[in-house]
Design a protein around this ligand. Structure first.
Ligand SMILES: Cc1cc2nc3c(=O)[nH]c(=O)nc-3n(C[C@H](O)[C@H](O)[C@H](O)COP(=O)(O)OP(=O)(O)OC[C@H]3O[C@@H](n4cnc5c(N)ncnc54)[C@H](O)[C@@H]3O)c2cc1C
Ligand code: FES
Length: 314
């Protein structure tokens, strides 16, 4: 069901950093600009696709600027590129700008935080497949946990631009308020109208926020918030589609809910990746073989990262 992006020309390109903004304590939004062949390749990026970044030459932040719990991991060398998807893509003339929403949690992402406008970074991509929109859908329900928000922000932009007849509603969760990777929630009036998150409100999309401790929004898991909402709005499930990106435990519960309600569902999976192009086999995802009890291993980087939720063995 997910779309195969393999027809897009991919390669290794040099990107110029054009912006880098901090969001809260540990989240960042990094802007990369491509020209020439890179601009052509990344101008075609679809929501869910990703790229492999080489940030091995970036400096670590000063010791005092590294959170205590990351001090040990920060010291590790980084041999491999790291995969990131995009929260925004815009092509204009012979330039393409993409943005990555990321969390600093290890040696590579800590190094990324020191990149600044004018620096360059080597990027391999665009890689993998993308979310797709089946013809008969009238409502898209997005469920995101923690850092899963990036590709769904990109998808929200594409849906509102190209599929105006589809209503979109977002459910975003995190353990606590400061682990939500968004600019600060909108004011009480906007929230009262259902527009909690500016990143989606700018496309006219309503959002529900959930935190485990209730520090903002619904108190509890985002999947419970989503399930309760669905119980009240499940009239035309054939016209609905669920898109989910976030921790595997959340994806697993979203897949269960989708199965119970018989709603089509696409999930974006994460695996540790080495090559990112289907060679090293390090990113296996166990999948059901349709019409049998057998399972096979597909590759997250090549067959995914977006999978039909029904096929994934969680
Ligand atoms: C297709 C894809 C798209 C991604 N998009 C984004 C994105 O938009 N924003 C973002 O912040 N991150 C994204 N990631 C995750 C990102 O690649 C990792 O956070 C990054 O590699 C961490 O590198 P590090 O050296 O800083 O930390 P590491 O030391 O490599 O990892 C730190 C911690 O994160 C865990 N981890 C790292 N990578 C993965 C993974 N792929 N799957 C599960 N656990 C992992 C590790 O087990 C470890 O506990 C994506 C991953 C994939 C596969
Ligand atoms: S990362 Fe090498 S096969 Fe997927």
């Amino acid at each position: 069901m997910a779309e195969n992006g393999s027809t897009v020309k991919k390669g290794e390109f040099t990107a110029n950093i054009f912006s880098h903004n901090r969001i809260g304590e540990r989240f960042y939004r990094l802007g990369l600009e491509f020209t020439g062949e890179g601009a052509a390749a990344f101008g075609e990026v679809k929501p869910g696709q990703f790229a492999q970044l080489d940030v091995s030459s970036a400096a670590l932040p000063a010791a005092g600027a590294i959170a205590e719990e990351l001090a040990d991991t920060a010291a590790r060398g980084i041999l491999l590129r790291r995969p990131f998807s995009f929260c925004d893509v815009s092509a204009e003339g012979d330039r393409t700008r993409v943005e990555i929403l990321y969390c600093a949690l290890g040696p590579a992402t800590l190094r990324m935080t020191t990149l600044s406008a004018g620096d360059t970074v080597s990027v391999i991509g665009p890689l993998g497949n993308s979310f797709c929109v089946p013809d008969d859908k009238k409502m898209a329900l997005m469920v995101t946990g923690g850092m899963g928000a990036g590709p769904l922000i990109h998808l929200a932009k594409v849906l509102t631009a190209d599929y105006a007849s589809i209503d979109v509603i977002v459910f975003a969760g995190a353990k606590i308020k400061k682990e939500l990777p968004f600019e600060k929630p909108l004011d009480a009036i906007a929230r009262g109208l259902g527009f909690s998150l500016g990143e989606f409100a700018k496309f006219g999309i309503k959002s529900h926020v959930a935190t485990d401790d209730g520090s903002v929004g619904y108190e509890g898991l985002v999947t419970d918030c989503f399930s309760e909402w669905l119980n009240k709005h499940s009239k035309s499930v054939k016209e609905m589609i669920i898109y989910a990106c976030g921790p595997e435990i959340m994806l697993s519960r979203v897949a269960e809910i989708a199965k119970e309600k018989n709603i089509d569902c696409q999930v974006s999976m994460e695996r540790r990746m080495a090559c990112g192009i289907g060679v090293c086999q390090s990113c296996a995802v166990e999948c059901r073989v349709s019409g049998s009890n057998k399972t096979i291993y597909k590759l997250c980087c090549k067959d995914g990262p977006v999978f039909d939720a029904k096929e994934v063995v969680f």
